[in-house]
Design a protein around this ligand. Structure first.
Ligand SMILES: [Zn+2]
Length: 302
């Protein structure tokens, strides 16, 4: 594969479930180009690769000297080289790096999307002034990433940061990973919705996570109040466990749920109740880069 190790620009591509986004950074990490295209995962691997190729060729024509990093849900197995645990399920079991390198005729780096988020926020965003940063993604699912002195901690099995599958309640709801009561079953949009449904007897009623938080705010619905209280209690417990283990310099919150009004403050209060010190000082901060963090982090890994 052609190597662009001394390149002036960094191209990042973020593979989402419904869109693929590209960004180009210059040597000072300024965003030079940004573009997103829709993708339909149900059209399969070939469709996704062709959308990636189109975006890449457009960027390459303007920025020929570049590196390329790609962020994706899931991770590449060190043993098999195949993608696993992606919620774009058609990509699971695919040798994604090889397939993309062949399509683009260019070497690529591939990284988990939560790690990309954490790296971007720890380097250029809310965590940029801190040494050890834990980046949290709470959206449809729940992920995380550790960045230490601007470097990702991946681990020999690429498991670092997978706090979404730490078990908080073994008697809790089932998780796709095979366990019960994982952090992700509480700290995610789908988790909040499932807990609401489990307590609500109105069969078939689908209530969005956003509505559940709204109803809890006005206290008009006791089930919503209970589910949201449970959400904050578990979020506090899960982060207190992490802080007791690693004592990071800062925690940066990202993903759709992190935008709920007052969430960092309430979260902080709950952590303070559970962490193993009476003098709790860890900053818990909302993201600064918004939904650009994923694609910027993808560019930074290469
Ligand atoms: Zn799980």
């Amino acid at each position: 594969m052609p190597s662009n190790a001394n390149s002036k620009f960094r191209i990042g591509i973020d593979l989402g479930g419904t869109k693929i986004e590209l960004a180009v950074l210059d040597a000072s990490n300024k965003v030079m180009m940004r573009k997103r295209v829709p993708t339909q995962a149900q059209l399969g691997v070939d469709h996704i690769i062709s959308q990636i190729t189109k975006l890449y060729l457009e960027a390459k024509s303007s920025y020929p000297a570049h590196t390329l990093g790609i962020g994706t849900p899931g991770s590449i197995s060190e043993q098999t080289g195949l993608l696993r645990n992606s919620n774009t399920v058609c990509l699971n079991g695919i040798a994604l790096q090889r397939v993309i390198e062949e399509a683009l005729n260019c070497s690529v780096f591939i990284e988990n999307d939560a790690n990309c988020f954490a790296l971007a926020e720890a380097t250029l965003g809310a965590g940029r002034n801190f040494d050890t940063v834990f980046g949290v993604i709470m959206g449809t699912g729940c992920g995380g990433g550790w960045v230490i002195n601007k470097h990702l901690r991946r681990g020999p099995q690429r498991l670092a940061g997978e706090w979404g599958h730490m078990v908080l309640d073994p008697t809790g709801l089932s998780c796709f990973c095979g366990q019960h009561g994982c952090v992700e079953t509480f700290i995610s949009g789908s988790g909040v919705e499932r807990h609401y449904q489990a307590l609500n007897n109105s069969v078939g009623e689908q209530i969005s996570c956003e509505s559940i938080f709204q109803m809890a705010l006005s206290a008009e619905n006791s089930i919503a109040v209970k589910v949201v209280e449970q959400f904050y209690s578990h979020l506090g417990q899960a982060l207190a466990n992490l802080i007791n283990m690693m004592d990071p310099d800062a925690i940066v919150l990202g993903g759709g749920l992190s935008n709920i009004d007052g969430l960092p403050e309430l979260c902080r209060k709950k952590v303070a109740e559970k962490v193993f010190t009476k003098e709790f000082t860890t900053p818990i901060i909302r993201h600064h880069l918004g939904d650009s963090a994923g694609v910027i982090g993808a560019a930074l890994i290469a």
